[in-house]
Write a protein that binds this ligand. Structure first.
Ligand code: PMP
Length: 326
């Protein structure tokens, strides 16, 4: 037949423990997406009935996501994922703030889509201050505050770390950052999103990033929250989509799938967290019984279900390959 996809046949015994890298698409999200991959294929920018059906789905997805984040629908920019949302937030805020200053403060433990984006901005005259973290991976809010200068325009710190699971003191950081006029706070909440309730007003952030494939939504969909009144420069030019902040025809199906998955993740969060906390503790106990294995990340301020250890003398990547063959 026309099927060109190679057969997928992992061992029936395989246990997938890499949800920090990506999660499977949940069936409810797939179900919600299917109409927009088939008969409801319209372009949301088209004025006719096909377009209007797609537009209605897009508007509804935006309202549902916004309600869960305590944001206004117009404050959400849909993107192709976390990487694009981080690029848009950082480059967009940096270029929009260039007249006020050139300094950006971040941490040493950010995802590459933050770290490498800031390294790129450095080539254009922005000065990047990279804060170290303590042994648990935490940024010190006091140290951060001490590095804020007159020319600081932006601070970018993640809500939780995707490798060790440590939760950063964002509310405390926000308080100190916003004590300065005109300094924006960007928070990469990609790793935190399935695990922690995210309220953009309670966190008091100006920019925030989410990625659908970390909470059982589809790959290739994300959100850049841009607080009302915050100006960012669009990073791609074209149509008027997303209030001129992200040109390009929206992936309606992926966005609908993302909203469905996020709503369910929020509804199920408490129950899932309790289950993950138990399972994580069990795994951590078993690992701790082995000599030399050391747990990393913060002992209490951490994401449930994210277990991180160091095994002396063992290369992490090699271990993953060995477990995969096992
Ligand atoms: N930030 C963090 C903390 C992440 O873990 C990831 C995904 N590995 C990203 C950003 C990038 O998201 P995406 O895969 O949707 O581009």
């Amino acid at each position: 037949g026309s099927r060109r996809v190679p057969a997928y046949n992992p061992s029936a015994m395989a246990i997938y423990l890499d949800h920090a890298a990506t999660t499977p698409l949940r069936p409810e999200a797939l179900e919600a997406m299917l109409p927009y991959l088939t008969d409801r294929f319209g372009n949301p920018s088209s004025p006719h009935a096909f377009g209007r059906a797609a537009r209605a789905a897009l508007d509804e997805a935006r309202e549902r996501m916004a309600a869960r984040l305590n944001a206004e629908p117009r404050e959400l920019v849909f993107t192709s994922g976390g990487t694009e949302a981080n690029n848009l937030a950082l480059k967009g805020a940096a270029w929009a703030g260039k007249a006020r200053g050139n300094q950006i403060v971040t941490s040493a433990v950010e995802h590459h889509s933050v770290g490498h984006t800031l390294a790129y901005l450095e080539k254009f005259g922005f000065e990047i201050v990279t804060l170290g973290v303590d042994r648990y991976g935490r940024v010190d809010p006091e140290e951060l505050e001490a590095r804020l200068e007159e020319r600081t325009i932006l601070v970018s710190i993640m809500l939780a770390n995707n490798e060790v699971g440590t939760i950063e003191p964002i509310a405390e950081i926000a308080r100190r950052v916003h004590a300065r006029r005109g300094v924006l706070l960007h928070v990469d909440a990609v790793a935190a999103a399935p695990h922690l309730p995210i309220d953009v007003r309670a966190l008091d952030v100006d920019l925030l990033t989410l990625s659908a494939h970390k909470f059982e939504g589809p790959k290739g969909a994300g959100v850049c929250f841009v607080r009302r009144g915050v100006h960012i420069l669009a990073q791609q030019q074209g149509g008027t989509q997303e209030r001129y902040r992200r040109a390009g025809t929206e992936d309606v199906a992926a966005i609908v799938g993302m909203a469905t998955a996020y709503e369910l993740a929020c509804a199920e969060r408490d129950a899932v967290t309790a289950r993950l906390r138990q399972a994580g503790a069990r795994l951590a106990r078993a690992l701790a019984a082995e000599p030399g294995i050391e747990r990393t990340g913060h002992p209490t301020e951490r994401l449930a279900g994210l277990v991180s250890v160091v095994i002396p003398g063992v290369d992490g990547a090699e271990l993953v390959v060995a477990l995969d063959l096992g």
